[in-house]
Design a protein around this ligand. Structure first.
Ligand code: SF4
Length: 360
């Protein structure tokens, strides 16, 4: 920290809460019930995704799994199919695992203890704090991306935002600032401030209710915080994805391994070496004989750590009937039947591209 703030933490929270009462996002769907189950689902969805994107997925999820028991009793495929498109699929798998633990160990009663929450899959310190504060109005700090940015500007912290010591300092500040009364509203208020006013690019400082507390603003150095860290350029990888259709029009999907990219989702058979022979790959890996194949336009998909160049290939197979496959690993998929299958967005894009070329 460059210098001490002139205002107390109490004045900070009080100014922020006054702003939140008038301008805050108090009508978010998961705020209407204050049920720990609904707060938990929303907080996990919000871990790497913005509110506007989350809202339709939240409704879809809650309609399908209205309570803990319905989520715990569902098949993981069904959970992944509702999650498809939201990304970071480990979140959905962890929700499902945690729901089963809560069903089996607690007869579906949601934990009210911070330590018990932290022991569940997919719940870290900030998510557990949010659940405790929003559901039970208990004094627990949170530290999501928005809160980090606000606090780094308020206190002009110039460390690497991802460094362990910066995180430790931010947790200390977040804890000190969280008031004993209305901790739930305070946490929502500081998240809203980060999302609505203290944005990553072009923060609206003149409309900010806590600019008098803000060292970055006072020293006219807002653009310097948080410090921008140069990250290595994302590597680029390539693959082929095979659109293999049966005579009845069903397309072959292959289940991804449970961990890693698109873990547990149904994707197209993938050749990681784009130069390898298609006929040979299909014969050796899928026991299918390809009669003809043609390439479609390449598409790019961005993951956090790399960029994937996907070369889709439409294959016709040499079978008069409909070949069967191991049902654990393969699925003959008909897009028009609304089967419960979590399909990655990139594969949906390939289906749409194929449809539009076929309809031309
Ligand atoms: S004054 Fe500007 S930089 Fe400081 S907290 Fe407010 S919006 Fe963020």
């Amino acid at each position: 920290m460059n210098k001490k703030t002139r205002y107390s933490d109490r004045e900070f929270s009080s100014d922020l809460l006054a702003w939140y009462t008038v301008h805050g996002r108090q009508n978010l769907p998961w705020k209407q019930l204050d049920s720990p189950y609904h707060i938990w689902i929303s907080e996990v969805m919000l871990q790497q995704t913005q509110v506007e994107t989350v809202i339709p997925y939240y409704w879809k999820f809650i309609r399908k799994f209205p309570d803990m028991r319905s989520l715990a009793n569902a098949e993981v495929d069904s959970v992944l199919s509702v999650w498809a498109g939201l990304g970071y699929y480990a979140r959905a798998r962890n929700l499902h695992r945690a729901a089963r633990i809560i069903r089996d160990d607690r007869d579906c009663e949601f934990p009210r203890d911070f330590g018990q929450l932290l022991s569940l899959p997919g719940i870290g310190r900030s998510t557990a704090g949010a659940i405790m504060a929003f559901s039970y109005n208990l004094r627990y700090p949170i530290l999501d991306g928005n809160v980090k940015r606000v606090l780094m500007r308020i206190h002009a912290i110039d460390g690497d935002p991802g460094a362990r010591e910066t995180q430790a300092l931010l947790w200390k500040i977040a804890d000190a600032k969280t008031p004993g009364d209305s901790p739930g509203d305070y946490n929502q208020a500081i998240m809203d401030l980060g999302a609505m006013i203290c944005k990553r690019a072009a923060p609206s400082c003149l409309n900010c209710p806590v600019r008098n507390h803000c060292q970055a603003y006072q020293s006219q150095a807002v653009a310097d915080y948080p410090r921008k860290i140069r990250r290595a350029k994302r590597p680029v990888r390539s693959c082929r994805m095979l659109l293999i259709s049966r005579p009845d029009g069903d397309v072959l999907l292959q289940k991804r391994p449970p961990h890693g990219i698109w873990g547990g989702l149904w994707s197209l058979p993938q050749m990681d070496d784009p130069k390898a022979g298609i006929r040979r790959f299909c014969a050796e890996s899928l026991e299918l004989e390809v009669a003809t194949w043609r390439e479609m336009d390449m598409l790019r998909h961005h993951f956090t750590h790399y960029e994937l160049l996907i070369h889709p290939v439409v294959c016709s197979i040499d079978h008069s009937g409909n070949p069967t496959m191991d049902e654990e690993r393969f699925l003959w998929y008909n897009r028009n039947l609304g089967q419960d299958a979590g399909i990655p967005t990139a594969v949906e894009r390939i289906f749409k591209n194929l449809e539009s070329t076929e309809n031309k």
